[in-house]
Design a protein around this ligand. Structure first.
Ligand code: ATP
Length: 545
């Protein structure tokens, strides 16, 4: 599947629009259209239902060390600035970026890829050409070598047929692996040596509280929902009867001032997260980590990402955050990534007691095997914690401890995008006259499909609209349903296929006589007759929701 086709479908059918499009759009911001909002809500509802509402705390799920409770929160986007100082985001949440002095563009350092090449640069004004070796670059794309070929031809002033004269050396690599940029031709530059040294750039959006706000009133839009959960840990323990092990779930907006937002909604500056902070006894945390890693992976497969485009990748030791004992990513092979590359859908991290301790004691740093409060030269904590007691007292074992945390942190927008990519299908189906035609359809899991059923009267007469509106009224009470009486019925089917509606119900001449309607399956295209009074029960069963 070409990504452009999906992007075009998303716009044409109202799944996704560029934010503020009439003003030229805003890079890294996306709006969900009438169908997109239904799809994304279904993704979030499925997550909340499967993780929280339908979780039975009386049973021990398969491979879980014990039974556990789940509860939820909805915290504010703007929080006390100290939260981000103690969590480490204020000092550490940054990316490295480089600027190009020539093109005036800014890039994320580790996203510029390149390769050394030698060729003959065409001389200007009749001058003879001269041989040069440079490091040609491009931003990561589906086919990086093709993009490098193109950039090299441009740089040397050559035509396509001269491609064989270029001598490539070494592997494609990120510029972050190089020792200097003197020989590097930036992705949009004509000359080598125009990239600046990498600089740090904090990804948090800063804002100011109140009308007179100065630097002391500066605060941030949250870059993750997790911290709202940690700082409410004591409130949840004190106001409910939850006992460790238990999890707190939250869905909400997060903001990151990404340097190079791209790949449709994959890397946005405003996005939604679905996060769980799971609190457990330190002695059991390794087992809970494994449980959550596998549970979250299987959730995606249950929702339809069952193919080999989904994978679970355990981080190597050198990739782990300074506080993490283990981290795994659930990744999807998005069509916009180079072949063989995967993009993160969700990270599952064993975070030890890092977060609760940070909010008790202050910002922590690693000192050998230990985490210690970071100190200023005068011995004071660099960022002082709340000083509140966030430990947990187990009144059965009479033990007091700081729970360990397992964090499955997912992105609602990335999941929605993966479900869209996976659902996009093209096949051949007969049109109204029985001629084979190419058909595009979205093969969503029924739980995710924005519209579950469509109802059509075959023609707008002979009593058919009356029966169809009655069926529509019944279905509408239970499922999101669409009524369509416009145009040839084949075209109406195609319109529903294209937005992933699993079932279409058609009222025809026979309905008027015997009370049966046809129900058509989006994937198999099979049509069956069922009694109109049984349609709700049939859909209930087939949709499985
Ligand atoms: P990446 O390495 O891709 O920047 P990350 O490792 O920083 O992601 P986390 O901090 O682990 O991401 O955030 C958890 C989840 O939030 C990610 O798995 C992803 O689904 C989502 N997410 C993070 N950043 C973005 C973004 N800029 N746009 C959309 N979703 C995002």
């Amino acid at each position: 599947m070409e990504m452009e086709q999906l992007v075009a479908l998303c716009k044409r059918r109202g799944f996704l629009f560029q934010s503020s499009e009439i003003y030229g759009g805003l890079n890294g911001f996306w709006d969900y259209g009438p169908l997109g909002v239904l799809l994304k809500r279904n993704v979030k509802d499925a997550w909340w239902n499967d993780m929280v509402t339908a979780h039975n705390e009386l049973l021990v799920p398969k491979n879980a060390p014990s039974s556990y409770e789940m509860t939820g929160l909805d915290c504010t986007i703007i929080m006390h600035p100290q939260v981000w100082k103690c969590s480490g985001h204020y000092d550490l949440f940054h990316d490295f970026m480089v600027d190009c002095r020539e093109s005036k563009k800014r890039y994320r350092y580790d996203h510029i890829l390149g390769r050394k090449v030698t060729g003959t640069k065409r001389g200007e004004g009749g001058e003879p050409g001269r041989e040069m070796s440079v490091f040609i670059t491009t931003m990561e794309t589906e086919n990086t070598q093709d993009a490098l070929n193109e950039a090299a031809l441009k740089f040397f002033g050559l035509r396509k047929k001269d491609i064989e004269t270029l001598k490539w050396e070494g592997e494609i690599q990120s510029v972050s692996k190089l020792n200097g940029f003197d020989n590097v031709v930036g992705p949009d530059a004509k000359n080598p040596g125009t990239l600046t040294e990498p600089r740090e750039f904090n990804l948090m959006f800063k804002t100011v509280l109140g009308a007179l706000g100065g630097e002391d009133d500066a605060t941030f839009l949250r870059p993750e929902t997790a911290q709202g959960i940690f700082v409410n840990f004591k409130n949840v323990c004190d106001s409910t009867r939850v006992r460790v092990p238990f999890g707190i779930a939250q869905i909400g907006k997060s903001f990151r001032n990404e340097i190079t937002p791209r790949n449709f909604t994959f890397r946005s500056r405003e996005f939604e997260q679905m996060e769980i902070e799971f609190f457990c006894h330190p002695s059991q945390s390794a087992d809970w980590y494994k449980f959550w890693r596998d549970r979250r992976y299987s959730w995606y497969t249950e929702m339809g990402l069952a193919g080999d485009r989904l994978r679970l990748r355990e981080h190597d030791a050198d990739e782990l955050s300074h506080y993490s004992v283990g981290t795994a990513d659930i990744e999807y092979q998005f069509p916009f990534l180079p072949p063989g590359e995967f993009g993160e859908l969700e990270g599952i991290a064993h975070r030890g007691d890092f977060d609760l301790r940070s909010h008790i004691e202050g910002k922590l740093v690693r000192d050998g095997q230990r985490l210690v409060v970071e100190k200023l030269p005068n011995g004071q904590p660099k960022h002082r914690g709340s000083g509140k007691d966030l430990s947990y007292y187990d009144d059965i074992s009479k033990e007091r401890y700081i729970p360990h945390v397992i964090e499955p942190s997912a992105g609602a927008d990335r999941a929605t995008l993966a479900f869209l990519c996976e659902a996009y299908q093209v096949d051949t189906a007969p049109d109204d006259k029985g001629n084979p035609q190419e058909r595009t359809y979205l093969k969503f899991h029924p739980r995710l499909a924005p519209i579950k059923a469509a109802v059509f009267p075959l023609v707008k007469k002979d009593g058919m609209p009356e029966i169809a509106t009655e069926i529509y009224g019944e279905l509408k009470k239970r499922f999101s349903t669409f009524y369509d009486d416009k145009g040839a019925v084949g075209r109406r089917y195609r319109r529903q296929d294209e937005i992933g509606t699993p079932y279409c119900i058609t009222v025809d001449g026979q309905t008027v006589q015997d009370g049966t309607v046809t129900i058509r399956d989006r994937d198999s295209l099979k049509q069956e007759r069922v009694k109109k009074d049984e349609i709700v029960a049939v859909l209930n069963e087939r949709l499985g929701i």
